[in-house]
Design a protein around this ligand. Structure first.
Ligand SMILES: Nc1ncnc2c1ncn2[C@@H]1O[C@H](COP(=O)(O)OP(=O)(O)OP(=O)(O)O)[C@@H](O)[C@H]1O
Ligand SMILES: [Mg+2]
Length: 311
């Protein structure tokens, strides 16, 4: 197998981290996050990857969309809110780096800024998940504002123009990876978010359960977070040789209209190999069809965001 791996730093040569020249000692002595309260940049857009169906590409999308956004100059924080911790593993975060995690942000033990760790990709940062998170739902059952814990933790953070590492630009996107369940963790993510991005696998039962997801989004919108919207639906694991894939894609487009991104993520073996190397597909094999699709998806999302902001 040829090694197509990219030096992560080459993904974005102009990135502040890559060119900051910050030494390891300097990085250790300074807090990883500083706040640029006086900055005029827009607040980060908070997007949650949600679908209670398992294995549809939520984590793969969080990792690779995050990497693609960072590669085109955005500053991205991936917040791993799944006790499985697949986004953290897929971004190469060792368990020894997870002593402060999304669990601590959720419980208020530590501010979000103190739970962030760097990835090998310039401009991409992570709040990792830890095993404690699997008990969070029970622990929070009687807690005040139990559905607002992440919102409370994140709003302090995003309102202050967070700048990570030796970077110059503040975070522009926060991507939250959710577990395959409409549980309290997912509810917290939706309450904290601006928008929901729904990865949908091109398979027979794709639309099953979607009405329940939409009901939950509407419920959150009416009771917990009025500004929540559907960011879009992204079709994943599309197999052009399979009639079923194109039929499902057509059904989803008939149902959701222009909420469905034009970019379709193909089923691609390089995408599925990448996490076992602790690398996003874009670093593992930048040229593969899956990586290129995530680059296109990132551009489509940025275009839509710009149109939204201009409207
Ligand atoms: N485009 C793709 N091509 C090939 N394999 C893929 C693709 N996208 C995801 N996969 C693989 O499919 C499996 C499920 O993907 P992923 O973990 O992203 O789904 P998920 O929705 O996050 O799952 P869970 O619900 O368990 O959190 C993984 O093994 C992943 O590597
Ligand atoms: Mg996942």
């Amino acid at each position: 197998m040829s090694d197509q791996s990219q030096d992560p730093k080459k993904l974005n040569q102009n990135n502040g981290l890559a060119s900051s020249g910050q030494t390891e000692n300097e990085a250790e002595s300074k807090p990883y996050v500083r706040f640029d309260s006086g900055q005029t940049a827009a607040k980060p857009r908070i997007i949650v990857m949600a679908n209670q169906k398992g294995g549809v590409g939520k984590t793969t999308t969080a990792i690779n969309l995050g990497t693609a956004l960072a590669a085109v100059g955005e500053r991205v924080l991936v917040l791993d809110l799944d006790p499985q911790g697949n986004a953290s593993t897929g971004l190469g975060i060792d368990h020894s780096q997870r002593s402060r995690s999304s669990y601590h942000a959720l419980t208020g033990d530590f501010p979000v800024a103190e739970c962030i760790v760097p990835t090998a990709i310039p401009g991409l940062h992570v709040v990792p998940s830890s095993f404690d998170l699997s008990g969070a739902e029970l622990e929070l059952v009687d807690a005040p504002r139990r559905s607002f814990r992440l919102k409370d933790a994140l709003s302090d953070f995003v309102n202050q123009g967070p700048v990570c590492g030796g970077d110059a630009k503040p975070i522009s996107y926060v991507l939250i990876d959710c577990p395959p369940s409409l549980n309290l963790l997912t509810l917290n993510a939706m309450t904290a978010a601006d928008a929901v991005l729904v990865p949908l696998q091109c398979e027979f039962f794709a639309l099953e359960g979607l009405s329940q997801l939409m009901r939950t989004v509407n419920l959150v919108k009416s009771s917990l977070n009025r500004r929540l919207e559907i960011q879009g639906v992204v079709l994943t694991m599309y197999d052009a040789r399979n009639n079923l894939s194109s039929q499902v894609a057509q059904d989803v487009r008939d149902h959701f209209g222009d909420k469905v991104y034009r970019t379709v993520i193909p089923r691609n073996v390089r995408v599925s190999e990448a996490p076992s190397h602790g690398k996003p597909a874009l670093v593992y094999d930048y040229r593969c069809a899956g990586s290129q699709a995530y680059i296109k998806l990132a551009s489509e999302i940025i275009r839509r965001e710009n149109a939204l902001r201009a409207a």
